[in-house]
Design a protein around this ligand. Structure first.
Ligand code: 2DT
Length: 212
């Protein structure tokens, strides 16, 4: 390998239903890796700070209506607008912990009934994660966790459909962690799979593209 990417960062994606604990686990993981002296950043999609992200945010808050296909493409565009920065960061050795990615895009839109192949198409060519961690919880258990917020998708019936879509998307490379374990146990399991993945990337695993 002649390129100097032998010490690149890892692209780590956390996925799961609303209220599975993704966001707090990504925060804890970030803090841990940072304290260990790793170069690491915490990202999330949708990134609501961009122009596209503001349109998404208004849609999620039910302040605007959009055709299901149109919002799907906006979510995808929101990843495309961050793609080059993502590649730059990874190549310069920064590990990215990303809260939701293309899998959320496909799972949520196909839960509305959109064709899964159509949903996957605009994601082709985005960077493929080195690790996808799925925090596994049943929609019923998730709903018991202090209730959902007011955003568009935060309803039990819809979350059940999303759970089904995630199940169809999962493959053997995903690491599934039981999201009903204690916060500390989840954190421990997460650290293990993440450190292992970072090591593989450090040793020279090449970056690849969706869909592998
Ligand atoms: P947060 O609650 O995590 O901010 O997510 N979603 C997300 C999609 O429908 N498509 C996507 O591509 C992504 C990344 C999941 C906001 C909601 O947006 C959904 C929940």
């Amino acid at each position: 390998n002649t390129e100097s990417n032998s010490s690149r960062g890892a692209l780590i994606v956390l996925e799961g239903l609303d209220r599975c604990g993704k966001t707090s686990q990504s925060g804890r993981l970030y803090k841990y890796l940072d304290e260990q002296g790793h170069s690491v950043e915490s990202w999330r999609f949708p990134d609501r700070n961009t122009g596209v992200g503001q349109m998404i945010s208004s849609y999620l808050a039910n302040k605007s209506q959009l055709d299901d296909h149109a919002i799907h493409l906006l979510f995808s565009a929101n990843r495309w607008e961050k793609r080059s920065l993502m590649e730059e960061k990874l190549k310069s050795g920064t590990t990215l912990i990303v809260d939701r990615y293309s899998y959320s895009g496909v799972a949520f839109s196909s839960a509305k009934g959109l064709d899964i192949g159509w949903c996957k198409a605009p994601e082709i060519g985005l960077l493929a994660p080195d690790l996808v961690v799925y925090l596994d919880i049943s929609p019923e258990k998730a709903a018991e966790r202090g209730g959902y917020g007011d955003e568009r998708y935060e309803q039990l019936e819809f979350q059940k459909k999303v759970a089904g879509s995630y199940l169809a998307l999962r493959d053997s490379s995903w690491k599934v962690i039981d999201a009903t374990l204690s916060i500390e146990d989840i954190e421990k399991k997460l650290r293990e799979v993440v450190l292992d993945c970072m090591m593989t990337c450090h040793k020279g695993k090449a970056l690849s593209h969706l869909w592998p």
